[in-house]
Design a protein around this ligand. Structure first.
Ligand code: PLP
Length: 478
């Protein structure tokens, strides 16, 4: 029985929730238990602090606050103004950015705000100006046709999905691939690294309006100074989506050429990955784009989520503390220990290692698809996600890769020795898994056979590893 403030807060909250819908209270308890018991290597997830989580569970959720600080379309927003201004101030200070917009509900929303801001800034389009004055849901088919005609074939050049880019960087099925005439740059087939000369060549040929830097599954630093020079050479706006590595920028691991903020015209991010905040997004820019970015609502956003902006203010304040620099450094040291441990045991990694928070295992070396590997690891208590690798022979659904990342385990307190032990567990599972067959005897890309006893043994070892590093140690739900 614990008498600390965090335990008291959560016990009381669960009692109140449970009195209305006990199954929700039970699911919330079960989620904590599951998270405590899993060896989480999902590169895009983390564990936000109790202060951040608690800042979201309150009456700020009841407020509408369309508009911007001090200029709302609703009365009574003075307290929302306080938290939005605080979150923006912390973001500006943390990243050294002239302007911060903290309303986007997610990373995708942040990217949409950035795209429309750049279009409005760069393209003479009366229909766009008209559309910006309305909510996106209120636009008619005729508005969209007029917009499409006026915007013509504006071009975007971003990193391809299989090289590690994100859906919103111009992938065809995503709205970004429909809004823009899109082309992508990949990585060198030999090294797996971005070939800046090839990017420059593609930019010269294609002449994009927007050059996008940033990634979801690229295990290396990116030189944003060079990408900015490429953008400038063709008159493109340089946008960086730092959703994955914002924590490494905040924690001063990525500085100089590798810090996107001084080099990009506009930077977007999520707040919940390596940055360790609530689920949400933000946009950073200079004064030239600030007015357009502020039109995120009504252009692509509705009312902001004031409770999440409050939580962003808390998390960004945490990220400004000196211990966050230590945290960010440990994320990378841990990722390198994991990558080295895997390679020493025979695993093949895309680019041969990592210098950020993630590594990409090419599981064809084990004779598996990403899907088979992901499921076999899950059976053994190790949570990862399958991911395409460059020129993936198995496509985006089955894939040939497993992405592993260290922000969450680093938050739990894991160090390099535990990441090396984790590498041993991963290698054991993958080397003891064989591809399965379909009922008609043909090879399956999903079925697999794990040697008997491996899942239980590795699951127990994973659980023993976690015991020394309790998640939310101060929280005792009784
Ligand atoms: N941008 C990048 C680079 C991402 O990796 C992701 C999420 O995976 C996003 C944007 C989208 O973030 P969200 O899921 O918050 O919309």
């Amino acid at each position: 029985m614990s008498g600390n403030a965090e335990s008291t807060a959560y016990r009381s909250a669960l009692e109140v929730i449970g009195a209305v819908e006990p199954r929700v209270a039970t699911a919330i308890r079960a989620e904590l238990a599951d998270q405590r018991e899993s060896l989480k290597l999902i590169a895009s997830e983390n564990y936000a602090s109790p202060a951040t989580l608690l800042a979201m569970g309150n009456w700020f959720s009841d407020k509408y606050a369309e508009g911007t600080v001090g200029r709302r379309f609703y009365a009574g927003c003075q307290n929302v103004d306080t938290v939005e201004a605080l979150a923006a101030e912390h973001a500006r200070e943390l990243f050294g950015a002239p302007y911060a917009y903290v309303q986007p509900h997610s990373g995708i929303d942040a990217n949409l705000v950035a795209f429309w801001a750049v279009l409005a800034d760069r393209v003479e389009a009366p229909a766009l100006k008209r559309a910006q004055a309305r909510h996106v849901n209120d636009l008619t088919e005729a508005d969209w046709f007029a917009l499409r005609r006026e915007l013509g074939d504006q071009r975007m050049l971003g990193m391809s999905l299989d090289a590690g880019g994100h859906l919103t960087h111009g992938f065809r099925p995503n709205i970004s691939g429909k809004m823009f005439d899109q082309r992508s740059y990949g990585t060198d087939p030999e090294t797996g690294l971005i070939d800046y000369d090839r990017v420059a060549e593609a930019a010269r040929e294609f002449k994009p309006l927007i050059l996008v830097g940033g990634y979801s599954a690229y295990p290396r630093k990116v030189n944003f100074r060079i990408l900015r020079e490429i953008a400038d050479s063709v008159g493109a706006t340089f946008m960086v989506d730092m959703a994955h590595f914002a924590g490494l920028v905040a924690g001063k691991v990525f500085t100089g050429d590798f810090d996107p903020v001084p080099h990009a015209h506009i930077v977007t991010s999520t707040t919940h990955k390596s940055l360790r905040g609530p689920r949400g997004g933000l946009v950073l820019c200079g004064p030239e784009l600030a007015a357009q970015v502020d039109r995120g609502c009504p252009m692509v956003l509705g009312g902001p989520l004031p409770q999440v902006m409050a939580a962003k203010a808390v998390a960004l304040a945490e990220a400004r503390r000196p211990d966050f620099v230590d945290y960010a450094g440990r994320i990378v040291a841990n990722a390198q220990a994991l990558a080295d441990g895997l390679q020493r045991r025979g695993a093949k990694l895309v680019t041969g290692g990592t210098d950020n928070h993630l590594a990409l295992i090419d599981v064809t070396g084990y004779g598996l698809t990403g899907r088979q590997a992901e499921q076999a690891l899950l059976d053994s208590g190790i949570v990862t996600n399958r991911n395409a690798i460059p020129q993936d022979p198995n496509g985006a659904w089955y894939t040939s890769g497993i992405r592993v990342g260290t922000p969450a385990l680093t938050t739990r307190g894991f160090g390099t020795a535990e990441l090396d032990a984790t590498a041993e567990l991963i290698h054991t599972v993958l080397s003891r898994t064989a591809p399965g067959t379909n009922a008609d005897g043909t090879p399956s890309k999903a079925k697999y056979v794990l040697d008997p006893g491996v899942a239980d043994r590795v699951g127990k070892q994973a659980s023993d590893l976690l015991t020394g590093f309790p998640l939310y140690p101060a929280i005792d739900l009784g």
